[in-house]
Design a protein around this ligand. Structure first.
Ligand code: ZN
Length: 182
């Protein structure tokens, strides 16, 4: 079950910026994002830059906080074209689906994470029109994952207590190893 995803065509600016992606440990990823109040032009520019950054990474979705912009916005493309959601909120979830989930802010890791399979979100498109997006499997997952970012929550928080402990241990050990401490 899936709504038609509103098409988004990037505007062409002379410069499109690729932002550095904030990674695990950066406090902006734990902050609660605020509503977007940008005017149309800056919003279009931001979305273009976010899409550029997401495709370059490459990733399936990217939320504002991941580029250090603590605003309630995300972009995504699950293989059916790019879309953006402004001030989104989850309004319905159901079912259950375990999927090997990753995040550009915790690069290189994938964990089997169980979440509701279906999700519906309400919000606005970049022109301020109300939109409702829903879907199961990857679409449902992206909606939940990206909206979590806007609440300052990373996918690690969705692991079981035990799996989370192990994940944090793995991340720390890998970081120490790459810093030459182990
Ligand atoms: Zn993420």
């Amino acid at each position: 079950m899936r709504d038609v995803i509103p098409a988004y065509s990037p505007t062409t600016y002379t410069y499109m910026a690729i932002y550095p992606i904030r990674t695990f440990g950066d406090p902006v990823l734990r902050a609660t994002a605020v509503d977007v109040t940008d005017d149309a032009e800056s919003l279009h520019r931001l979305v273009d830059d976010m899409l550029e950054t997401m495709y370059e990474a490459p990733g399936v979705g990217l939320a504002g906080p991941q580029i250090g912009i603590s605003k309630r916005i995300f972009v995504a493309d699950i293989g059916e074209g790019p879309f953006a959601m402004v001030n989104p909120e989850l309004v319905e979830v159901s079912g259950s689906w375990t999927f090997d989930e990753g995040c550009l802010s915790v690069p290189g890791y994938y964990w089997p994470i169980k979440r509701p399979g279906y999700a519906k979100a309400k919000g606005y498109d970049i022109d301020g029109n109300p939109v409702e997006l829903e879907g199961d499997e990857l679409m449902g997952r992206v909606l939940q994952h990206e909206i979590d970012h806007l609440h300052g929550m990373l996918l690690i928080e969705r692991l079981s207590r035990r799996a989370k402990k192990q994940a944090l241990r793995d991340i720390r050990e890998d970081a120490m190893r790459s810093a030459g401490y182990a």
